[in-house]
Design a protein. Structure first.
Length: 299
């Protein structure tokens, strides 16, 4: 006889009352700062005419994506620390995973589109205005969002059709594919294979495109004779490079390294980087390292 599990328990980070209060204050501060920072980026890119360029159009899309990303995970985490109820329905857990996977894939594609924009600006400056027009910007942004939401649909469908008979405790702070499959009493080999394929399709091509773009950018920058010229040219894409390194580094640690029971806690810690810290630091990186954004903030 099978007992159907109707809800999961997200164990999160801490179990004691002292740690719960501390984590609640920390994550609440992070969530407020994330929403404020990314909303400010969106307002600046819309209101300031000098920021009506392809680079800031993609940056506004990235800020919008980060708001959705954080709002999918942090409010539920905050409620668990505030009320002490860490349970989440199976349907709610699968829904959270669906949006998490879609937004993560969309961010991969969007970062690749931003790297292509920087490649054209640095390596093909004379053709940049004609190549990167408003129509292409809209197409790249729409393709990033649509591809992200379509890519995770099949995997979510497979996970939704798994049987969960117990136990129901997820060793994580949000609903992810591997922790959920670990609790299933069904055969998860096909689902695991599809997970690897989807993860590869969503991350490898954008990563290769981003890597190729920056290889060409760095090669072009190194050919500039003056040090001042090299610094000025590379400064236009250094902020984006920092964001790309932070995002892909944490993704590779969690999803590419071998999964063993002893690696659950490290994986959970590294998951914080791309689910919580990356949306927080993106506005800081772009505003602190970008003269045009700082000038718009002052105005």
């Amino acid at each position: 006889n099978k007992t159907t599990v109707t809800e999961f328990i997200l164990l999160g980070f801490g179990n004691g009352p002292e740690t719960e209060s501390l984590f609640f204050l920390v994550f609440l501060s992070i969530y407020i700062a994330t929403i404020t920072g990314n909303t400010s980026i969106i307002v600046l890119t819309v209101a300031h005419r000098r920021l009506h360029t392809p680079m800031y159009f993609f940056l506004g899309n990235l800020a919008c994506l980060e708001i959705c990303y954080s709002s999918n995970i942090l409010p539920r985490l905050l409620l668990s620390y505030l009320g002490g109820d860490r349970s989440i329905s199976v349907r709610g857990c699968i829904t959270q995973y669906y949006f998490f996977g879609c937004l993560a894939a969309a961010e991969c594609y969007l970062l690749a589109a931003m790297s292509y924009d920087r490649y054209l600006a640095v390596c093909r400056p004379l053709h940049y205005p004609s190549h990167m027009g408003r129509k292409l910007c809209l197409q790249l942004a729409a393709a990033s969002w649509i591809s992200g939401f379509l890519s995770n649909s099949l995997l979510t469908f497979l996970i939704a059709n798994l049987d969960f008979c117990g136990p129901n405790e997820i060793e994580h702070f949000f609903c992810d594919s591997f922790p959920m499959m670990k609790l299933s009493c069904s055969d998860t080999r096909v689902t695991g294979l599809v997970t690897s394929v989807v993860a590869g399709v969503c991350s490898l091509p954008p990563f290769l495109l981003t890597f190729s773009s920056y290889f060409c950018i760095i090669t072009t920058v190194m050919r500039i004779p003056s040090a001042t010229g090299r610094k000025k040219t590379f400064s236009t894409c250094s902020s984006h490079l920092v964001v790309v390194i932070l995002f892909y580094w944490s993704i590779l640690v969690v999803y590419v390294l071998p999964h063993q029971d002893t690696q659950v806690s490290p994986s959970k810690v590294f998951s914080v980087f791309y689910t919580i810290l990356t949306p927080l630091v993106n506005p800081l990186i772009y505003s602190l390292r970008n003269k045009e954004v700082k000038e718009a903030l002052r105005k």
